[in-house]
Design a binder for this molecule. Sequence first.
Ligand code: G1P
Ligand code: ZN
Length: 545
Amino acid sequence: MSVQHVSLAQPFTDQKPGTSGLRKSSRQFETPHYLESFIEAALQVIPGVAGGTLVVGGDGRYGNRRAIEVICRMAAGHGIARVVTTTGGILSTPAASHLIRSRQAIGGIILSASHNPGGPDGDFGVKVNGANGGPAPESITDAIYAQTLQLESYRIANPSAPLDLNSPGEQRVGDLVVEVIDGVDDYVALMQRLFDFDAIGELLRSDFPMAFDAMHAVTGPYATRIFEGLLGAPAGTVRNGIPLEDFGGGHPDPNLTYAHELAALLLGGEGYRFGAACDGDGDRNMILGQGCFVNPSDSLAVLTANATLAPGYADGLAGVARSMPTSAAADVVAQALGIPCFETPTGWKFFGNLLDAGRITLCGEESFGTGSNHIREKDGLWAVLFWLQILAKRREPVSRIMAEHWSRFGRHYYSRHDYEAIPSEAAHGLYNRMKEMLPSLVGQPFAGRSIATADDFAYTDPVDGSLTSGQGLRLLLDEGSRVVMRLSGTGTQGATLRVYLESYVPSSGDLQQDPQAALGDLINAIDVLAEIKQRTGMERPTVIT
Ligand code: G1P
Ligand code: ZN
């Protein structure tokens, strides 16, 4: 094998990874040497490269196969002993996390821009995960970025025969072994250890029509094998189950806006009892019942309250964690169960430390992410199976499970309003103005209540003591309601403003209101205070969840 040292005319300066890796347009990734620069930096920084095993795969979007080829050649150039990849290069983020752990790999490189659209005009992304299977910590991503800024060249093995990703087997690139495996097998076996497939199968083979929307993305093959194969659900249960390079032109984000076809099936009286969808790389989930949308904050709370119904969690939970913008529904359950509940900044990596230290078993975010200590990423299909496990045991409609939950714990009315693709200057202007105003807001009236605390969320990691600040502006009202504002760290066009609204009604209150109505006064008050319409020029949010 011959290794080439390719010189860069000048280093790239825009390769700072965000919350979920380096995410840019597909076009940007096609710029000569762009992908290679980032991979070189990563391979220089990740510990254990010489002689190590690396897991590589992605969500099947445009650019996936080319990237796997490039990474294998660069891995060979850096003395990696083995790359484990999958047929078609198809590997969901949760399955990658599991594979890294079970193969004791030094880490993984996952090719995905998650729920962002794909294709030549869409987005591409590279995520670096560590040996624990979770997103690399900031110390690593900062070091990778620093490397990219001073890179003069990269090392890559000259092309030999093109990689064959069509069927399982071993190939060599110089001294590197490229092992192609079926990406679904190991993940399915893990799910079978956590959940009672006999009970779920019985449910799905009874009169229980279910619709699962894979959104033409990575979960198609996994869901087909699990639901229609092992669990015996009728053919057609999995919709849009073939991964496509451009996700069929769709936006593979499982929410009420982008998964509207599925939402219409469940909310429009078609007779389906259960519906679910996952995102591009399979780590997000949306759960629907007949005539009922389960908001992700509530979903985490319901899983926490019912966890012992699943064999994998029968012994109870060590604790739970939620990201700060996620509603406090899980907190109330944790308190009733007498287990700790942690509030972390947005992004999965903060859960990793708590999971590694055994402080929590379940965790989740309002952004359709839920997971547990079985891996170190959020896991879409795991959440769907967990819900099916609960339904198989309780044999009640989703809507009744929700109603019973609220009548026991009270209800956290909750909504997220996203204003997407705002010109960056307007968004930062709005945000910085609010940030500067924070100290003067304490004690001020707001939506007929009074602001008790106004701060920019900061987090001290209880495991390693590290401090993370600047994580979102919070207005906490005297009676427990709150409004949170953040700027997205994952968008690729302009800036995205997220406004999170939450109001708690105890079990004795009105538990059956429409969330937008229940939160109406908070919505109006934050618009006036932050001048949202005026400064964004947008009459309404792009996405309401
Ligand atoms: C979004 C979500 C966040 C999630 C991240 C990665 O980040 O809000 O909860 O962890 O995607 O899936 P944001 O765009 O808000 O920075
Ligand atoms: Zn994702």
